[in-house]
Design a protein around this ligand. Structure first.
Ligand SMILES: Cc1ncc(COP(=O)(O)O)c(C=O)c1O
Length: 373
């Protein structure tokens, strides 16, 4: 039965070069990594590893229940207050992933009386949250502030939520946050900024909302992941105390999910401390990204990801394979991940890449692109 059901779907994907496959990573693999999201190079930092190991010894291997039962430890509490202070927000609430943080906040603010206005390049988790919220959703062109203002002004709903990312996942360009916040305020709407790619990267590490002077405003709320620059796992929603209380009471992905593992909390906390003690780390991401962009002939990116357009999905996958054969791991974006349908190589700059690694990576990537194009 499943053969008739799923077989044709798998064949259709294969025919279009869009089949996804898992690749198992070995612990002792020696590759130059331009695919992972360990932006600050902290996933292998001894201070972060030790903090996670200590947390396992002290708290055990799991959080034991949902946050409202026994899943809130002293580590969750400390992580929330440290993160909120670092990025200039009144409060923070940790979820067990960035995906769930987005799902949790959009569904808790959404509903029939809320219009959701969504940039057409936002992450899948914001799209899924919008769908699940049962709100009316207006998708607007990428970074189009006038389009946002127009749909907000024409709405009948009493409430509105505008969704954007600070640094977008695919193009690695930045949202016009100051303008979006102004239009949201004018139209009595809330702006939600996903800083998954901003934390630890932009604004000296504190993210783009802080850099734009918008942190702590009542109508600008933020989500982040702990799985990229902070080298751990989990997600967080930051904003006024009233929002945090509402999420604790109404957000189903928060209420009905086991609390984040204490080891992940401890790792994120330790990574945050390193970031605070070593404020120059984010600058190393930007110089590595600039070198990669220059070598590939694409515009410099605002974040860690350098996106290189490819002729099609097969070429993107083949180029990534060629890079791997030559000791460099890169990622690829293919439909449906890319909202504009353009397949790309995804090169992620890390603070820990040496000059030698970067030179080698540029040579290998350029050769691979040349071979498939
Ligand atoms: C923009 C954006 N938001 C949310 C997420 C989800 O975060 P997590 O991996 O912690 O679930 C990601 C990560 O892939 C992302 O890129």
């Amino acid at each position: 039965m499943l053969e008739d059901w799923l077989g044709p779907k798998a064949a259709a994907l294969e025919a279009r070069g869009l089949t996804r496959r898992l690749r198992v990573r070995a612990a002792d693999e020696r590759l130059i990594d331009l695919a992972g999201n360990d932006y600050l190079g902290l996933a292998s930092d001894p201070r972060v590893i030790e903090a996670a190991a200590d947390a396992v010894c002290q708290w055990g291997t799991g959080s034991t229940a949902s946050r409202l039962v026994t899943g809130t430890t002293a580590l969750h509490d400390e992580l929330e207050s440290s993160l909120a202070t670092y990025v200039g927000q009144e409060t923070a609430l940790v979820f067990s992933s960035g995906y769930l943080a987005n799902l949790g906040v959009v569904t808790a603010l959404g509903g029939p009386g809320t219009l959701v206005v969504s940039d057409d390049h936002v992450h899948a988790s914001l799209i899924d949250g919008s769908r699940l919220s049962r709100s009316r959703v207006e998708v607007v062109p990428h970074n189009d502030v006038d389009a946002v203002g127009k749909v907000l002004a024409e709405r009948n709903e009493p409430h509105a939520l505008v969704l954007t990312e600070s640094v977008f996942s695919v193009l690695s360009d930045e949202a016009p946050l100051i303008e979006l916040a102004a239009v949201a305020r004018e139209q009595d709407a809330v702006l939600l900024v996903d800083e998954a790619h901003g934390l630890g990267v932009t604004g000296g590490g504190r993210g783009s909302v802080h850099a734009a002077g918008l942190a702590g405003l009542e109508h600008v709320i933020v989500t982040m992941t702990l799985s990229k620059a902070l080298a751990a796992q989990g997600g967080v929603v930051l904003g006024p105390a009233l929002l945090r209380d509402h999420l604790i009471n109404r957000s189903r992905p928060f209420i009905y999910d086991t609390g984040l593992n204490p080891a992940a909390c401890a790792a994120a906390l330790a990574a945050l401390r390193v970031l605070q003690d070593e404020p120059d780390r984010p600058a190393a991401i930007h110089s590595a990204a600039a070198r990669l962009a220059l070598a590939c002939g694409v515009p410099p990116s605002s974040g860690a990801v350098v996106s290189v357009p490819m002729p099609g999905p097969r070429e993107a996958v083949r180029a990534a394979e060629l890079c791997l054969e030559n000791g460099v791991r890169v990622g690829s974006f293919r439909p449906p991940t890319v909202p504009d349908g353009i397949s790309r190589l995804r090169l992620t700059a890390h603070a820990g890449l040496s000059d030698e690694d970067l030179d080698r990576a540029c040579t290998v990537v350029l050769a691979a692109i040349g071979q498939v194009s």
